[in-house]
Design a protein around this ligand. Structure first.
Ligand SMILES: [Zn+2]
Length: 412
């Protein structure tokens, strides 16, 4: 494959990966490639079954254009999400539809076991036919902690130390393995199929067991030297507070607004016995707040106050057009979000809030899996050998391909 064609393929597949259906002229506009290059590339991909013609666009001027889409069964990816207490696995097709899932518990504080990750991946691969297995392109993993260039993972707070994740999995599965921080996975997922499609400046705020903030600015991930930028959870938002954070300091945002800490504050106010993981959950605290139980109301009030303050700092600093909120937080959307815009406006320059959208993620638990699948797809495009593998002839089209749109005209 000549080098120039590789670049055409990367650009065309990347564009098509972001859209459900697309025309030749839309690809030209998105990729900045000339007409001949786009035609050549589309022909190449159509002949191999990597893309499909699914309709025709007819304009008033009488021009016809083919409408094309990625063939969902042209390739498969394994998406893995490693969390503090759970591992999630999925097999996704070429367009990110989840085909099979598998989940397993992780013992909080125990080291990560590679053999358990291998077992999870094998569980989602077991339903693939031999032909489909040949079209398996890459494994994408969303993983917390410090991720080294060589694919190692260290998350000391979780008890994970120098785990050689990528090299071991690549050897076992003979597939490329790509690794990324969960905040980046969330951004990928929202850009791919969520609320941030086509958005160049946004912040993704996940509040759950921890606080994770992903920043996408001027069309790029903001990663910092160690890809750790966005540790907003450790801003000391209440320096005089006594809330002890897992980082060892006090008054960090995470020590106040994360789910275990919401529960901790409620327990302290009520004298309840029990641990975070047993019995009462953070959703129950929110439920009690809705019933106006005094202790339960006081906790969300404090959580909201500091969360709004932290968001206003981010807005001042980054001037985003969109803030997406996710995690356990969204179970209390009705308690936490009213007047959020006004509260942020009170602490920022007025112009920053005028056109600011604040939205709740609708992706639920799939956000990490979708992000990991997107990581696998996008990164594979940049590796010539993997790209070549992805562009081999599709020898078998599968009966469960999604219904094509037929040849009916699409309104222009
Ligand atoms: Zn901290």
């Amino acid at each position: 494959m000549p080098k120039i064609v590789e670049q055409w393929l990367q650009k065309v597949l990347d564009t098509m990966g972001h859209r459900t259906t697309v025309t030749r002229s839309q690809i030209m506009s998105a990729t900045k490639l000339n007409s001949a290059s786009v035609s050549h590339t589309l022909q190449f991909l159509l002949e191999r079954g990597i893309i499909l013609k699914v309709g025709e666009l007819q304009s008033k001027a009488g021009r016809h254009q083919d409408v094309m889409t990625l063939n969902p069964e042209a390739g498969y990816f394994v998406a893995v999400v490693l969390e503090s207490t759970r591992m999630r696995f999925a097999l996704t097709n070429f367009v990110g539809d989840i085909r099979y899932r598998w989940e397993a518990d992780v013992q909080l504080g125990q080291t990560l076991q590679i053999r358990e990750i291998v077992a999870g991946i094998e569980m989602v691969l077991r339903n693939l036919s031999e032909v489909q297995r040949l079209r398996l392109a890459a494994i994408g993993i969303s993983c917390p902690g410090i991720l080294s260039q060589s694919g190692g993972v260290t998350a000391l707070n979780l008890g994970w130390k120098n785990i050689s994740l990528t090299p071991e999995l690549e050897e076992i599965f003979s597939l490329p393995v790509y690794l990324e921080h969960p905040t980046h996975s969330a951004i990928r997922a929202e850009r791919w199929v969520g609320l941030a499609q086509g958005v160049r400046d946004f912040i993704d705020v996940m509040v759950g067991h921890v606080v994770g903030v992903g920043v996408f600015s001027n069309g790029r991930f903001v990663g910092g030297r160690d890809q750790m930028a966005g540790e907003v959870g450790h801003i000391r938002i209440d320096p005089d507070g006594s809330d002890v954070c897992r980082c060892g300091k006090t008054g960090c945002l995470e020590a106040i607004v994360s789910s275990p800490n919401i529960f901790r504050q409620y327990r302290a106010k009520t004298g309840l016995e029990g641990s975070y993981s047993g019995g009462l959950r953070v959703t129950d605290v929110f439920e009690r707040a809705r019933r106006h139980e005094t202790a339960a109301v006081e906790v969300p009030d404090r959580v909201t106050r500091y969360l709004r303050l932290a968001l206003s700092y981010l807005v001042n600093f980054l001037n985003p057009e969109l803030i997406i909120l996710g995690g356990d937080l969204i179970t209390a959307e009705d308690l936490l979000l009213p007047s959020l815009r006004e509260q942020i406006a009170a602490n920022t320059l007025p112009d920053f809030v005028k056109n600011l959208n604040i939205a709740v993620s609708r992706m639920g638990l799939d956000i990490g899996l979708k992000g990991a699948a997107s990581l696998a797809f996008r990164t594979a495009l940049n590796h010539p050998e993997v790209l070549k593998n992805m562009c081999r002839l599709v020898v078998e089209l599968h009966s469960h391909s999604p219904a094509v749109e037929g040849s009916s005209s699409v309104a222009s």
